[in-house]
Design a protein around this ligand. Structure first.
Ligand SMILES: C[S@@+](CC[C@H](N)C(=O)[O-])C[C@H]1O[C@@H](n2cnc3c(N)ncnc32)[C@H](O)[C@@H]1O
Length: 381
């Protein structure tokens, strides 16, 4: 190919690097700039991608019929959905695999702090672009990536080989890590988790790092960076982050009217002056803190009634708050009282953001803390 054929791609890569730099608040570090130039993102996208419209719905965009839109998305600082509905037909597409937002990819690669000679395990191969960037930096022989979806894994493997960066792509549940090539200096997940899989700690060398997006039933937000100790416990802090799709094997498909609220339920009724908007919508930091404190509690918004529903993931307790302050609660847990109490607690602590929270993982389980590992965060403390 002549240089003129590469020109649009080179201009697009320069534009992408500028956009990523703006999002990060400074230039992309040299080593990742070189990797992004060497590993064109469009080579990792399938011919059909899905882009979110203004209302958040996903519309297909096909390379053969919408080249400019497709190519523009490949080099914009946006996530590109590459599979919907776990690859099944559906009139109502929801994302099940994607090429993550480039600035988020670069931020995570910087947080990962890799150096030549390190061995990295990635969970959630997706398109393979992130694995390719790592393979460019560390050598394909030092990168392993696990993807649960066979079609996605096959496509990523082909793209990596075509790029001359044939890192190992394993098709399996990333929660199991990949023992055969352990120990790793770094494990990076590009799907979010509610529980850190024990295998990740066991397969990380002492002093190594596990980096993963975090999810609670309340909100998917926060990036957790754990350092693994000699005794194979791990400890670290959260940072703010955008949402990542939840690990398939930790997913729960709960609907408030289908699974939780029954016609025979007779709830207690009370009133509140607490505005539910303090724990919904853009109240990211409050929702993140409440998600950590309340654990298995999720919310649902009923648009027509402007009613907030709160429920436990075991579907045994629920609460609903109306715009006029009427509260209905049902089940063994008084959920609305818990939400208000957790919000008051968050307020008393000075409304901490994710970076003040941390997590310790031991063979006995995982424990959230605030500021210091000795200040554990538990419901009702
Ligand atoms: C946001 S995408 C990954 C982006 C990708 N790293 C890239 O560079 O394009 C998340 C991926 O995680 C995969 N995934 C979900 N659950 C998984 C699991 N239990 N094990 C391995 N992969 C999983 C999804 O199929 C999806 O492809």
């Amino acid at each position: 190919m002549t240089d003129s054929v590469h020109l649009p791609e080179q201009a697009a890569v320069r534009g992408l690097l500028r956009a990523v730099g703006e999002a990060l608040g400074g230039p992309v570090p040299r080593e990742w700039r070189e990797a992004i130039k060497a590993v064109p993102r469009h080579n990792f996208l399938p011919e059909r991608i899905w882009l979110a419209d203004d209302s958040g719905d996903y519309e297909a965009c096909d390379l053969p019929t919408a080249h400019d839109c497709w190519f523009g998305a490949a080099y914009a600082d946006v996530p590109v959905v590459t599979q919907v509905n776990d690859g099944q037909e559906s009139p109502d597409p929801w994302p099940s695999s994607s090429a993550s937002t480039p600035s988020v990819v670069v931020r995570m690669l910087c947080d990962l702090d890799v150096r030549p000679g390190m061995r990295v395990l990635e969970i959630g191969t997706g398109t393979g672009w992130n694995a390719a960037l790592l393979a460019h930096r560390l050598g394909p022989e030092n990168v392993v990536s696990v993807e649960i979806d066979p079609d996605v894994a096959r496509q990523a493997r082909a793209s990596l080989y075509a790029a001359g960066l044939g890192a190992d792509v394993i098709c399996g549940d990333g929660a199991d890590g990949w023992r055969r090539r352990a120990p790793y200096d770094r494990i990076v997940s590009t799907c979010s988790v509610r529980r850190v899989p024990r295998a990740w700690i066991e397969q990380t060398a002492p002093g190594g790092v596990v980096l993963t997006p975090w999810d609670s039933p309340m909100i998917c937000w926060g990036l957790l960076r754990l350092t693994v100790g000699l005794d194979r416990t791990a400890q670290g802090r959260f940072g703010p982050h955008s949402a990542f799709m939840l690990m398939r094997t930790q997913r729960q498909d709960l609907r408030i009217f289908r699974d939780v609220v029954g016609d025979e339920h007779v709830p207690d009724e009370s009133r509140t002056s607490f505005d539910p908007r303090q724990v919904t919508g853009d109240a990211w930091e409050a929702r993140f803190a409440l998600g950590l404190r309340l654990g298995e509690v999720w919310t649902a918004w009923e648009e027509d009634a402007a009613r907030l529903w709160v429920a436990t993931t075991d579907a045994r307790s629920w609460a609903a708050v109306d715009p006029d302050g009427t509260v209905r609660q049902y089940g063994p847990r008084r959920l609305w009282a818990e939400v208000e109490e957790a919000h008051r607690w968050w307020d008393r602590q000075g409304r901490p953001g994710p970076e003040r929270f941390g997590l310790t993982v031991t063979p006995a389980g995982q424990q959230v803390w605030l500021d210091d590992p000795s200040r554990t965060v538990r419901r009702g403390d």
